[in-house]
Design a protein. Sequence first.
Length: 198
Amino acid sequence: MMYSQKIQKAIKFATKTHEVYQQQKRKGKDIPYITHPLIVGLILARAGASEDVIVAGILHDTIEDSKEPKKVTVEMLTERFGENVAQLVSSVTEHDKTMSWQERKDEAFEHIKSFTHDQVLVKSGDVISNLSELIDDMRADANDNTSKAFASFKGTKDQTIKHALRVIPALITQWPESPLAGDLQAVGKELEAVNSEV
């Protein structure tokens, strides 16, 4: 079954977390945040990922972005979606928000070196979705002669791009045969090209 009850349940859970409880928008835009985890799920589905990986992709930001009194936990995801999904989500989650932006990104980068193939897939789907959107925003800025793309980011433009361009080869090194390796390379080259133009 291509569209399973577990995937449907994950979509409902993620929608409640991001849209209903947090009312999140994409950075600097009037676009519902839920579009991002749904795109990640779509990327993973098209890559032939397992049901649990697709579900984890849809849920990948629920722990990181939720707040009290509707805080999502690893235990909550384990109860609803199983230990495998919960651990996949936890592996791509920045747990300590008290750390600086750079510290959080450095820690997340180090985690890639111990990723399983499934963890590589979830992180790759997230990176491809985020960078594709960022590239579009950078192009829009160039056309409008503005600089809005990075206005809502905690890291600077240079920090954000530098981090992205080191994450991509780290993911590919961890699993060179990943079905998303080619997409990662392509989005990395596109980011470099757009950055050199604007």
